[in-house]
Design a protein around this ligand. Structure first.
Ligand code: BGC
Length: 426
């Protein structure tokens, strides 16, 4: 008997984002990458992970001690090879696929749209449809056109309006081919890294600005959803946000209080408004944190995990977090798609286990009648991981960056078995 059965019509796939796979992008990130590459090599040398960089990571190209690692450059050349990559996804049994449109390509100058780039994305959507994969289209996954960044980026008062104009155009162009739209990817992550820790563009450290950016991102989401619905009343418009599974380390009132504060910000202070004003919620699950306030145990004094299993990036692998998160999100009574979930695992030694155990947790949620409708693994391909570069290997498919050759990892076939059965057998 199957351990878990998934509902008929459940969507299975993987996700990517434009800047992380396409190659040849000219946006605010590309400039930042060139500016910061040297510094990042220094920092990788000075602050290696606990136990040092493994030989396995160092023998891959590019590795964290090389500048090329930190510049997205031609990335996976997915821009030119998307058909081949979608053939692979089809071969792996996927019936849906999430990708993003690179805003800086389709609107390279303020208010001027590039028709050739629009055609490119039309072809991508068609290529998915021809292969029987439902497209999930993200309108914004972190990167910005230069002109938008220069005039203040997401801090500018009219930023939501400008984003909506772009989104509206995309819906007008592709609305008859695309049902599922994701307005923004992880607004909180963007605000935190760009405006609190300052380790991603635009590299600011100002809590008020972070807050303002998040508010603007919320307005942009609301306006965009409205605009898409006017053009395409049947479109499903949602938001993708990462949610950390938080637990208090113990029952102490201090830890519980600190948990509330950290959770309020980290899981997005406006999450209720985002979800309430969405047709579905896109859950991204990567982290588990046991909150313990003790400045002596960790840098921030707020975290203590068991770390029985970790990814190559040191992130704890904790499949058990998915089910309680889904249960909590059910309060909003919206359909949920898991739009990202995965791990950096160059040796592919834990990916199959992680996918299966996590999907068992999804099964538990389904057994409680929670409305989960799809799962997209992060990622289809190895790709450029924001400020860390190429060395973290998130792909179901390995990319050999020297030759750009694709190699399907064994875990991708294990995932396919689950997809084919629409169930987990053991
Ligand atoms: C982001 C991706 C990123 C992944 C792994 C997600 O939060 O949306 O762009 O590659 O995490 O860090």
């Amino acid at each position: 008997m199957a351990a878990v059965k998934f509902p008929k019509g459940f969507l299975w796939g993987a996700a990517t984002s434009a800047h992380q796979v396409e190659g040849g992008n000219r946006n605010d990130w590309m400039e930042w990458e060139i500016e910061t590459a040297k510094r990042k090599v220094q920092s990788a040398k000075q602050n290696p992970p606990a136990g040092g960089w493994s030989d396995f990571i160092l023998k891959n190209y590019p590795n964290p001690l090389q500048e090329e690692n930190y510049i997205s450059g031609r990335a996976c050349d997915h821009y030119n090879r998307f058909r081949q990559d979608f053939d692979i996804a089809k071969q792996l049994g996927h019936n849906a696929h999430r990708f993003s449109i690179e805003w800086s390509r389709v609107e390279p100058e303020e208010g001027k749209f590039n028709q050739a780039e629009i055609e490119h994305y039309r072809q991508m959507i068609q290529a998915l449809r021809e292969r029987g994969m439902e497209p999930f289209v993200t309108l914004w996954h972190y990167t910005l056109p230069r002109w938008f960044a220069v005039r203040g980026g997401w801090l500018a008062a009219d930023a939501p309006k400008l984003f909506t104009r772009y989104a509206e155009r995309m819906a007008a162009e592709f609305g008859n081919q695309v049902k599922f739209w994701i307005t923004e990817n992880e607004p909180e992550t963007f605000a935190r890294h760009g405006f609190l820790t300052g380790d991603r563009p635009p590299g600011k450290r100002n809590i008020w600005q972070a807050y303002r950016v998040l508010k603007n991102l919320l307005s942009a989401h609301l306006l965009t959803r409205e605009a898409i619905h006017i053009l395409r009343p049947n479109a499903q418009v949602g938001i993708a946000e990462t949610q950390v599974f938080f637990e208090p380390f113990d029952k102490s009132p201090v830890n519980r209080l600190v948990l509330r504060i950290v959770k309020w910000w980290r899981n997005n202070p406006f999450i209720r408004h985002f979800i309430a004003n969405s047709d579905f919620f896109g859950l991204e699950y990567y982290f588990h944190t046991r909150v313990r306030f003790n400045p002596f145990v960790s840098k921030w004094g707020i975290q203590y995990n068991e770390n029985k299993a970790v990814s190559d990036m040191g992130w704890e692998l904790y499949p058990q977090g998915i089910e309680p998160l889904l249960a909590e999100l059910n309060l909003f009574r919206k359909p949920i798609y898991i739009l990202e979930h995965g791990l950096a695992d160059a040796k592919d030694s834990r990916r199959a286990w992680y996918i299966k155990e996590s999907l068992k947790q999804v099964g538990k949620a389904l057994a409680q009648n929670l409305d989960v409708r799809g799962y997209f693994h992060w990622s289809l391909l190895d790709n450029f991981e924001s400020n860390l570069g190429f060395w973290p290997r998130f792909g179901l498919v390995e990319v050999e960056y020297k030759t750009l050759e694709r190699k399907i990892r064994p875990s991708a076939w294990e995932y396919k078995k689950i997809i084919d059965a629409n169930a987990i057998e053991t």
